[in-house]
Design a protein around this ligand. Structure first.
Ligand code: ATP
Length: 213
């Protein structure tokens, strides 16, 4: 059975940087699917501007019709902080024999030691790290050591084992971030070509990133 890709994020809003990364991972790593899991209450950052239901609706609109892309709303439904380790533990229970691949950008990977029970993550899933512009893989510290221990250059390991490997995969570099998208919209500019039109329409209709000034 092919591995399941898990792509968590705040998605405030989702953009083509997320979607292209997920698509390239789906194809290159021969994943059965990529599951987009919007965080209900992301524990390590300020509250998102758009509420969880709206961010979920934007993710649904973004992936609509794309084979292999799936939305999973469990973190939006769950009370309390959206700890990835809880989500992975649930998915592990649901898919005891499957390989699970948690997809993160390099910036998110570098912040991993701040995540709740971060060392448990690799007991539950593989970590697949996407290169992002301006970020480099760590060579020292706990993550540098973890890479020496768990890093693999073989994507086949993601199929042969259920969890425990770190695989770094270069994806097309699209220098788009949700922060910049929100700023651009607040400044009255149009986010066309940074995200799917369905997402733009929701942003336009709800005015969720409009400047409050
Ligand atoms: P913000 O600017 O609000 O921090 P973001 O654009 O980084 O948001 P998130 O929802 O925080 O988006 O990111 C979810 C995941 O997608 C993270 O693992 C992040 O590293 C990754 N990611 C975000 N933007 C890109 C991009 N342009 N290319 C590749 N990965 C990305």
């Amino acid at each position: 059975m092919m591995p399941i890709g898990i792509f968590g994020g705040t998605f405030d809003p989702i953009h083509f940087g997320h979607m292209r990364t997920a698509f390239e991972m789906l194809q290159a790593l021969r994943l059965a699917e990529v599951r987009f899991i919007p965080a209900g209450a992301p524990p390590l950052r300020d509250s998102p501007l758009a509420d969880a239901r709206l961010r979920l609706a934007m993710v649904r609109a973004a992936i609509d019709g794309q084979a292999g892309f799936v939305v999973d709303d469990r973190e939006v439904r769950r009370e309390g902080p959206s700890y990835t380790v809880l989500t992975l533990a649930e998915l592990r229970r649901e898919h005891s024999d499957r390989s699970l691949c948690l997809i993160v950008g390099m910036d998110a990977f570098l912040g991993l030691p701040k995540w709740h029970q971060w060392r448990e993550l690799l007991e539950l899933a593989h970590l697949v790290v996407a290169h992002r512009p301006g970020w480099r893989a760590p060579s020292m510290g706990p993550l540098g050591e973890l890479l020496v221990d768990r890093g693999t250059g073989r994507s086949g390991d993601l199929h042969e084992r259920r969890a425990g490997c770190i695989y770094i995969h270069a994806v097309t570099q699209l220098e788009i971030s949700s922060t910049e998208v929100r700023k651009l919209i607040a400044a009255g500019r149009d986010p066309r070509y940074l995200m799917p039109d369905g997402v733009r329409e929701i942003i336009e209709q709800t005015g969720c990133y409009r400047s409050k000034r």
